[in-house]
Design a protein around this ligand. Structure first.
Ligand SMILES: [Fe+2]
Length: 322
């Protein structure tokens, strides 16, 4: 395959994911590894870190915005490896039309300047799940059934990390034992206000006619034999500052702080964070924008088998609604 064709093939992640994961599965079988055990691990542990998953070669200077994503050998391998990892877990690589115009991969970099996105690109980030205002898989938004579920996995590919900035993961399995049964019961009630995260605000406004907001949503969900979470310190909370609901949110946020695991994603690493049973965040990113500064690529993985056609955009094979 020529470099140009390889870059083009990423536009259909379902097809290329199938091809690449077939190779991965054959290699796993050859090594005597159990694919089902691997998949199960991804659903019991809050993250899977794959060090040295791909070669980082031929990288241009670090970009200074979420987009555009430069076509170079390094970013091609980073993207193909992310798609392969997600497909090996039996999931599809997806994007949302309402975030960064539906781009399948975005740069996570230092954004120059003084604006809110610039400040946010350097500051530490509290624990959250991504696409927090969207329903978890298997549920629907109470007002707009076309809204697709938030992703099952957030997938990060490491390109540069000169200051070893850490991605943090807070496993739900370590948060819940710190809460009382009463607090857990409160978090399961449909009583919370959940605002779209910053990267989804303009896009949901444009596509839905108003910024997405859930008025009366749950933060914890009973799914099969698991508890799933959606949470954001800044975008999700109780209606009232006082009372049992607010106390439960405060206890949850406090518990998050005690169990953050820090992982410095190195060049060539793939990190899959389970967006149902873990929260993620980040330590402060030091340095100046551009040059050789920190650079990760991000995409999402989702089991799309239960989606209906209305939950997708018609003009794309990977872009979900909104
Ligand atoms: Fe995030």
């Amino acid at each position: 395959m020529t470099f140009e064709n390889a870059c083009k093939s990423l536009a259909d992640p379902g097809n290329i994911g199938e091809q690449l994961s077939a190779v991965v599965r054959a290699e796993l079988a050859r090594a005597g590894a159990d694919l089902n055990a691997l998949r199960e691990q991804a659903w019991t542990e809050a993250y899977v870190h794959l060090p040295n998953a791909f070669d980082v070669e031929g990288l241009p200077a670090t970009p200074e915005g979420f987009l555009p994503l430069p076509d170079a050998e390094g970013t091609l391998l980073a993207r193909a490896s992310a798609i392969a990892a997600i497909a090996t877990l039996g999931l599809d690589t997806v994007s949302y039309g309402s975030e960064n115009d539906g781009a399948l991969f975005v740069n996570l970099i230092i954004i120059p300047g003084e604006g809110a996105f610039s400040v946010k690109s350097r500051s530490s980030m509290h624990g959250h799940t991504d696409a927090v205002s969207f329903p978890v898989r298997g549920r629907f938004d109470s007002e707009e059934v076309r809204i697709a579920p938030s992703p099952d996995f957030v997938c990060l590919s490491g390109l540069r990390n000169p200051t070893n900035a850490e991605t943090t993961v807070m496993p739900l399995s370590q948060i819940l034992p710190q809460l009382t049964d009463g607090q857990i019961a409160e978090l399961k009630k449909p009583q919370f206000i959940i605002r779209a995260q910053g990267t989804f605000r303009d896009g949901t406004q444009r596509i839905l006619g108003e910024e997405h907001l859930v008025d009366g949503g749950e933060l914890l969900f009973d799914v099969n034999d698991q508890l799933w979470v959606r949470f954001s310190h800044s975008s999700a909370g109780a209606d009232d500052d006082e009372g049992a609901a607010a106390d439960a949110v405060e206890a949850f946020a406090d518990a998050c702080k005690t169990c953050a695991i820090g992982i410095a994603i190195a060049p060539g690493d793939i990190m899959l964070i389970n967006n149902r049973i873990g929260l993620h965040g980040r330590t402060t990113v030091e340095g100046e924008a551009g040059g050789e500064s920190r650079w990760l690529l991000r995409t999402y993985g989702l089991d799309t088998s239960g989606l209906n056609p209305q939950q997708r955009h018609e003009d794309s094979v990977h872009k979900l609604f909104p």
